[in-house]
Design a protein around this ligand. Sequence first.
Ligand SMILES: C[S@@+](CC[C@H](N)C(=O)[O-])C[C@H]1O[C@@H](n2cnc3c(N)ncnc32)[C@H](O)[C@@H]1O
Length: 401
Amino acid sequence: MRCKNTVFLHQSKIDFMTNNFKMVAKTLFGFEELLANELRKLGASNVELGTRNVSFEGDKGFMYKANLCCRTAIKILKPITSFNIFTEEDLYKKVYEIPWEKYMSVDGTLAVNATVFSEVFTHSQYIALKTKDAVVDRFRDREGVRPNVDLDHPTLRINVHIDRNICTISLDSSGESLHKRGYKVENTIAPINEVLAAGMIMLAGWNGQCDFLDPMCGSGTILTEAAMIACNIPPNLNRDEFGFENWPDFDVDLYETIEDAALSKIRDFHFKIYGSDTDSKSLEAAKANIDNANLSEFIELKNQDFFASEKETEKSLWIVFNPPYDERISVNDIEQFYASIGTTLKHGYPSSQAWMITSNLEALKFVGLRPSRKIKLFNGKLEGRLVKYEMYEGSKKTKKQ
Ligand SMILES: C[S@@+](CC[C@H](N)C(=O)[O-])C[C@H]1O[C@@H](n2cnc3c(N)ncnc32)[C@H](O)[C@@H]1O
């Protein structure tokens, strides 16, 4: 069926010539460049950076590959049409015209997610509801029955993005957010998001070239992401499902070919990843998660107070960690806690570099070391900084003290 919409026609033209289509990968603030590089390395074309997203082109196989292999993507959206709207009725009419029967059957279920940047349309929930109404009304009018809504496990996730008057409708090829890698079986109070953990390690420039330590490892997220980076294991290998698997055009043979090709690129890792924590329950959770990800041969865990520890080898060491911020995990004397981080790094960890994320910018001042880099990131809604401290051999002093 031909669609009158100009953007839709342009999209079809790209399809016709190369089988490529446009996609938009969503990410966290500050990871746009990392994600663009990941996509380029995987073979994407026309990669363009946005705010918290990167657009690119590729074919169906590439869409599978991007979902399986991108460490810093939260979602891969496939835009199907775009149009101008001035009222909510415009939205309803335009969405109603989309041939939804191409993308799902009436027995399937749907969920609609909306993001809105507009002075006219302000309620994303209402936009999602209006979109859902248009889809189900189209089915009811054509087939006499309507698909149901399932917010948790829908057959089709639809994404609506409104930027002033421009509305883009996309299919969400990922399904659940890609930070849900599938290896987590146990959680702790304040686990870090897997995408944030992977991006921090990538910003730190660690890819398996030396030993690695997370001295406050909690449920082991940073350790697991580090092991997958070191061995070049696709981050979403353990996921139960991607959204595209429910699409009528899902090509299981193509997916398996893509997965086999990614698995053939797994490499050896010749160093060690260490994780420690003072909380034995967290260490049990870390062990369960690491075992479930089949990564225990690369990671050593121990119950250890970081402030009573020191570096155990002469070799260089990369440290990446996420200490308590005194938010979800409260700390008696947070200033003293951050001061102890500084003292331990300075006296106990020569020949290392430490990357630490925190949203407690006041406490950060008490570390007492001058960071050689400071990168603004968000941990959920909390604005934070990823800071880098470099400790040198010999003087055991940090640079530029
Ligand atoms: C924010 S959580 C880390 C979460 C972890 N990144 C994850 O994904 O689960 C901070 C961790 O620091 C640990 N911790 C607090 N004080 C510590 C210390 N002195 N030495 C080692 N670990 C400590 C806590 O037990 C907690 O597990």
